[in-house]
Design a binder for this molecule. Structure first.
Ligand code: CDP
Ligand code: CDP
Length: 220
């Protein structure tokens, strides 16, 4: 039997990390862990409780009441309620980027992520997987694409889901979020020294998956 490795995928917003991670996990029969969804759950829980995401102390106090469950079919539960669609809203994306700056939030979620990743056979996507969460991952990918391309992909995705979408506003939102994620003090988004960068701007999903699978094969 081949070795079951740990795979880290990091990169800016809408670079296709989760789509690729899911496809690769399916090919390998690995567990996929969407760490961005966990930050989204914290922001969404703050909103549900009328807590301002800018209030670090108040957000940190909520953590003890947050229970996140992720299921193999992609369903995400927050305190046993299905929040899979609710956490994808635009305001939640920005809120997630704000709460992700807080040490207490990161400590709480990183611990959970490491627990879930124990034993290998996992693929995690996020911003700090290769640099913090799984520093020893056998394969680290830094997935990027031009801002125009990423905005267009998110825009198309929204339209497909029947959500109203403004391309210019999306581009602004992801640029702002990237800036915030790359410049924060704790665990900023950056390419790990040993990560392999893949620019997917001109690649199809199938081409990206093939590239990642080739890198996996070399390691197992
Ligand atoms: O997880 P992340 O925010 O990085 O991106 P995503 O949620 O996977 O969204 C990326 C969107 O771009 C999806 O709708 C993909 O189908 C599409 N896409 C891609 O990810 N990669 C390509 N090479 C082409 C399209
Ligand atoms: O799918 P998209 O790339 O738009 O965002 P996401 O992966 O769902 O992450 C939402 C936000 O959570 C990001 O903008 C980051 O601020 C934060 N995040 C993080 O700080 N660390 C992670 N490992 C994953 C997400």
């Amino acid at each position: 039997m081949s070795k079951r490795i740990s795979i880290a995928i990091d990169g800016p917003a809408a670079a296709g990390k989760s789509t690729i991670a899911k496809m690769v996990a399916k090919n390998l029969n690995y567990t996929y862990i969407d760490t961005g969804a966990m930050y989204r759950c914290v922001a969404y829980y703050a909103w549900l409780n009328h807590v301002d995401v800018q209030d670090e102390q108040a957000v940190s106090k909520l953590l003890k009441d947050i229970d996140i469950d992720m299921f193999p079919d992609g369903t995400i539960q927050l305190n046993h309620e299905d929040v899979t669609s609710a956490i994808r809203e635009n305001e939640v994306s920005m809120g997630a980027s704000v709460v992700s700056q807080y040490q207490a939030v990161r400590t709480f979620l990183v611990e959970k992520q490491r627990e879930m990743a124990q034993g290998g056979g996992v693929i995690l996507d996020g911003r700090d997987i290769g640099t913090v969460v799984l520093k020893d991952a056998e394969l680290k990918i830094y997935q990027v694409a031009s801002i125009e391309c990423r905005a267009l992909r998110r825009h198309k995705e929204n339209l497909q889901r029947g959500i109203e979408s403004d391309l210019e506003a999306i581009q602004k939102e992801i640029a702002m979020r990237d800036e915030q994620d790359m410049t924060r003090l704790i665990s900023p988004l950056k390419k790990a020294d040993d990560a392999i960068e893949i620019d997917t701007s001109d690649m199809s999903l199938e081409e990206v998956v093939a590239k990642v699978m080739q890198l996996v094969e070399q390691r197992i």
